[in-house]
Design a protein around this ligand. Structure first.
Ligand code: SF4
Ligand code: MG
Length: 350
């Protein structure tokens, strides 16, 4: 049995601005359980990178341990990748990002990998505002080790084993917002129309972007008593509004007077257009979003969409003023200040 995809494609398959077809962004065939939400997220990542016309060799996909962290094998096979140890994807990505700021970093993790063993690393990554996309494939269980409740399982939710979870869940979006992340979104693996634009916006965001994506585990946590099942999420999903990413070169259609549509310019000139639901929240205000998330929980709803956006924050490179160029492009002349500068430095320390 082979896990390699056939290279045969329709001769008239659509191409992007680089002349690539979607096949240039695919990976190996998935070995996850049939119906696992993670495969849908992998496909949305492929769509987002294809539609943004990213050069695959300018992307680095990073992961930890778990079913979710296996997925980088199933997308972007022409990109760089590093499958790190459990919960340590943030520090490995920090090192890579510091060495080469020119790559697009897409980190993939799970609720176990992030909300338990990797929690400390996750929190410091957010507060440092590392320029990366962080996707949590959130199913509320440890799928790879056969279905134990994770720290994002809702109180009272029961997995296939049937025992209701006794502990309060962690809300990774609330945590990221309170630690200062400028791009926080929640989505559902089965809602590609929402997830693909959210991924494109996250890739374009300058700084740390979190997408907490509910992704049902069909093998251990897709039963009627689970709040991470396909059925429950479909029945309780509430969106903040619709969202679209407009590339820099495209004309922005001016909003109709009195509509809830808003256009926000990102760091690189691309625009985010937001069409809010009438009574929805102010995504630029942290307090408003945190209150809306709590209210949704009390109403037994999952609030999805772009939850918080702040395009004015500085990323780690800007905060600590690093080299504008990747370290492997620096030569001796760039790195050696010369004898005079060294003497002056020594003098200043005497
Ligand atoms: Fe997906 Fe669950 Fe199967 Fe893991 S065990 S591949 S999370 S369905
Ligand atoms: Mg999990």
């Amino acid at each position: 049995m082979s896990y390699l995809r056939s290279s045969f494609r329709h001769p008239q398959a659509a191409t992007n601005e680089l002349g690539y077809t979607q096949a240039n962004y695919e990976g190996a065939l998935s070995t996850l359980c049939a119906g696992c939400g993670h495969d849908s997220i992998s496909n949305s990542i492929i769509n987002a990178c294809f539609e943004l016309s990213l050069e695959p060799h300018k992307i680095a996909k990073m992961s930890g341990i778990g079913c979710s962290s296996k997925t980088p094998a199933y997308f972007l096979s022409n990109s760089h990748g590093f499958n790190s140890v459990h919960g340590r994807m943030p520090s490995v990505t920090t090192g890579a990002n510091m060495a080469n700021r020119d790559l697009t970093y897409i980190g993939v993790s799970g609720d176990g990998d992030t909300a338990s063993i990797g929690m400390g690393q996750f929190m410091h990554l957010v507060r440092r505002n590392l320029n990366m996309v962080y996707i949590v494939m959130n199913n509320g269980v440890y799928g790879l080790t056969k279905g134990q409740d994770s720290a994002t399982a809702d109180l009272g939710s029961a997995s296939k084993k049937g025992v209701p979870n006794m502990y309060e869940p962690m809300d990774l979006c609330e945590l990221a917002i309170s630690l200062g992340s400028g791009y926080v979104a929640r989505s559902f693996s089965g809602d590609k129309d929402q997830l693909v634009p959210l991924l494109k916006g996250a890739i374009k965001h300058n700084g740390f972007a979190l997408i907490d994506c509910i992704s049902p585990c069909v093998t251990f946590n897709n039963n009627p008593d689970s709040t991470k099942s396909y059925e429950w999420v479909r029945d309780h999903k509430e969106a903040t509004g619709t969202f679209d990413l407009v590339p820099k070169a495209e004309e922005i259609i001016v909003k109709a007077p009195g509509s809830e549509k808003e256009t926000i310019t990102m760091h690189d000139g691309t625009m985010i257009t937001l069409k809010r639901q009438s009574e929805s929240l102010d995504i630029k205000c942290r307090e408003s979003v945190l209150m809306a998330l709590e209210e949704a929980k009390q109403n037994k709803q999952v609030l999805t969409g772009l939850l918080h956006l702040n395009v004015d924050s500085q990323n780690t490179h800007e905060i600590i003023n690093t080299s504008q160029r990747p370290l492997n492009t620096l030569n001796e002349a760039d790195l050696c200040p010369g004898n005079e500068a060294l003497q002056a430095l020594n003098q200043s320390l005497r």
